[in-house]
Write a protein that binds this ligand. Sequence first.
Ligand code: GRF
Length: 203
Amino acid sequence: MHNAHFINMIKLAIFASGSGSNAENIARYFQHSADVVITLILTNKADAFVLERAKKMEIPTVIFSKKELLESDSLLKLLQKQEIDWVILAGFLLKIPENLLKAYPNRILNIHPALLPKYGGKGMYGSRVHEAVVAAKEVESGITVHYVNSCYDEGNIIFQATCPVLSSDTANEVAEKVHRLEYDYFPKVIDQTIHGMEGLKSY
Ligand code: GRF
């Protein structure tokens, strides 16, 4: 009778509201992991392209309403039923409610496409962020991975990486450089954080 050796898988749920290129990038990174599994991809938008990406990767999806997220425990109960260990926000545009924050203290990670604390907060997402960076004539931008707390982009910063912003850069050109950083670093930062390693230094 062999004793079963079950690795305790670390189960991740990814929340996305839009295209989901980060969600796909994270799922591919962990596709052959020995101890990490993307259990669920969840979205508040029934037409979010992230659903197509999840289907292609055969990752179960959940569509929920803003009301369910903000006014009920149904989503929290689902995450707990699925034994989710970490929640990853990858282009998720709603505020995480108290019940989830309490159930997942320092277990919810978000990526912001700028160097927080600047260019963060309500309404600062997508191209608006890069337009603000260009308008302010910044010489650099980048990404911030941070823990999520009750005030949008103000949780403790885990990691930042930068890219140069040329005076000739358009917001789209800045977005391209920032997306590159997201794809290069976000999965690695998640990997290091969930394995409790003091990790990647900020670049
Ligand atoms: C990314 O720029 C990310 O930094 C921000 O939202 C965007 C999501 O893009 N949080 P995608 O949906 O992953 O393509």
